[in-house]
Design a protein around this ligand. Structure first.
Ligand code: TXA
Ligand code: MG
Length: 324
């Protein structure tokens, strides 16, 4: 496996060729780093599951470069979904739509729908455009971490997570730290009304403003939709350290909160974001830092308010659910 630190046009072209050949390419997006493979190549997709240690049957998001390619993957696009696509793509949003025959069971976990995203990171977009110029139709990319672990927001974090599992021809493109820091908003667009399955930087408020309707957050438990989403399991996005949102800390425990909160005596500050946006950006980096220091416990004061705070709190609650 090689890490490409200078993502020149030539390097991106090489990476696109690798994807076409069936190799894996980890690449930066504005949310987190993804582990990419040709979405129409069954063997390459099987390698994603192996490298991540992800149970088969959990669906993957297909990344494309342009809205023009959407109907290759989605057979029905409700008007509200088209509006969202126009408003928020390229960007940190994934739409779940009824699939076409191109979206095989090995991508969708045998569901009749497919997750699609157009990322805005320049390296990701250039890679997708090159890949499509060689005849590729989409790049499946889960977050580039081992199953259940914290998503990587730098190329170094991808290297630490996956280098033992990647092979010689695979690559990691280094596009710097991710600006958003938490995974894309996932919106279920298979019903009359959209609903949010995973909150992210395209917030409930932004979606409601755009569509002029009220939408539901997280109806993943509803039995009327059989949507499987690994990131929606109760325990996920977790560091090795135990994450606590309540309780009493002891000496030497990690502490994360907005900058306006002072560090309690004897605790180790792992992040001091000044805004909720910065909180999202540094969240996973802080978890990784805590693990690198061997901290056993992390006490967190979640941000308050709606917007991106909803996504941060969602990830914190799931991280705190981990049973060690
Ligand atoms: O920001 C992101 O979305 C990143 C970057 C790399 O694009 N990707 C990402 O992928 O977070 P992943 O696989 O780590 O998380 C995607 C979530 C999973 O929980 C998966 O089960 C769900 O999306 N998902 C994918 N396709 C789906 C589908 N057709 N129906 C329901 N959930 C789906
Ligand atoms: Mg993930």
């Amino acid at each position: 496996m090689s890490i490409i630190s200078n993502c020149t046009a030539t390097a991106i072209k090489d990476a696109a060729v690798s994807l076409i050949k069936g190799d894996l390419v980890a690449f930066p997006t504005e949310t987190v780093y993804g582990l990419g493979a040709n979405a129409t190549n069954k063997d390459a997709i099987a390698r994603i599951y192996k490298v991540k240690g992800r149970p088969v049957g959990h669906p993957l998001i297909v990344h494309i470069s342009s809205i023009v390619n959407l109907d290759k993957w989605a057979r029905e696009i409700p008007e509200y979904a088209a509006n969202l696509a126009r408003a928020f793509w390229p960007g940190p949003m994934t739409l779940i739509l009824p699939r076409t025959d191109l979206a095989k069971d090995f991508i969708t976990g045998s569901q009749d729908n497919v997750g699609i995203r157009i990322p805005s990171h320049t390296v990701a977009l250039e890679l997708l455009k090159e890949f499509e110029s060689y005849g590729g139709l989409g790049v499946a990319a889960p977050s580039a971490n081992r199953f259940g672990a914290v998503s990587p927001t730098t190329a170094t974090a991808v290297d630490i997570e996956l280098s033992d599992y990647l092979s010689g021809a695979d690559q990691i493109l280094d596009g710097g730290p991710c600006l958003v820091g938490v995974e894309s908003t996932i919106i279920n667009c298979t019903q009359d009304q959209p609903s949010i399955l995973r909150p992210g930087a395209v917030t409930k408020e932004m979606i409601e403003d755009n569509l002029g309707i009220t939408i539901e957050l997280n109806d993943s438990n509803s039995e009327s939709i059989q949507i499987k989403a690994a990131g929606l399991l109760d325990s996920h996005y977790a560091p090795n350290a135990k994450v606590f949102l309540t309780g009493s800390p002891t000496l030497g425990d990690g502490f994360m909160a907005l900058d306006s909160f002072t560090t309690p005596n004897g605790m180790i500050r792992i992040a001091s974001p000044k805004t909720n946006e910065e909180y999202a950006q540094v969240l996973y980096k802080a978890f990784r830092f805590a693990d690198s220091k061997g901290l056993k416990n992390i006490f967190v004061i979640p941000p308050i308010g709606g917007g991106i705070a909803t996504a941060i709190t969602d990830r914190l609650i799931r991280a705190a659910c981990k049973i060690n």
